[in-house]
Design a protein around this ligand. Sequence first.
Ligand code: CP
Length: 316
Amino acid sequence: MKHFISAHDSVNPHQLVQEALQVKQNPYNFPELGKNRTIGLLFFNSSLRTRLSTQKAAMNLGLQVMVMNIGSEGWALEYEDGTVMNGTSVEHVKDAAAVIGVYCDIIAIRCFPSLQDRTADYSEMVLQQFIKFSNKPIVSLESATLHPLQSLADLITIQEHKKTDKPKIVLTWAPHIKALPQVVANSFSQWVLKAGYDLTITHPEGFELSEEFTNGATVEYDQEKALQDADFVYVKNWSSYKDYGKVAVGHDDWMLTDEKMETTNGGKIMHCLPVRRNLEVSDELLDGDNALVLQQAENRIYAAQVVLKKILEANF
Ligand code: CP
């Protein structure tokens, strides 16, 4: 594995999940693998789980870890080639990425979309520029379109809790007050479909995700119908892809509640966190026995650890 930015970087998601579960059994079995190597964790945006779980995974492998809130503490970066830099940007990404590549053996980056310009966001400009100019393996800690470490953790969690080979998995849109990226929903769809699972996506009309990531899923606009017989219900808000960045208003009744779960197959509730309680999902569900949110968060460690392990094994 060279880079880890999407499901395409895993030949076989099931095999990667099995390897992650082996790592989970014995997380301290590889203390020498990262010896004298350094990973840089660069955050253009806030984080709790991604930052701590990736740092823990790296430390379990013996890596040295440098963390930088590059979005708030670094120089403002320029991404356009050939620009006369007489505006607000201070340093070109080609210089910054090259320098960070000298300091680090692996670079992990969190870079959210602007939600202003769909073409620019979906081109993954920041990740691609770091790949081009750092000359080091790049790991996505959530990019403009995808969140692969979250999705791998989600697949590990599904593997641990599924009762049949092909569970019914439902991704349901949920209300939110802010414009959130499509990232988690795109990524979950991409990984679940690559794993060959049955995926139903339900959302209000106008909130269709990019078919690049959802091709093969069933789209059902009626949330009640979609939830019938579900084994896993993944809850997430996203803003519109079509009317890019638009927030839905008047859909508060899409919040997932106990009552809505009655027609599921004892469905497990998943959410990547952070979650807006009693807006996206009710307290009763998040605090109930069927919630898997803490298990997902724990599995973020082993998703990151198996990915870093494979990058170290393949590149050094
Ligand atoms: N799920 C997730 O990525 O959490 P953070 O935004 O806190 O890292």
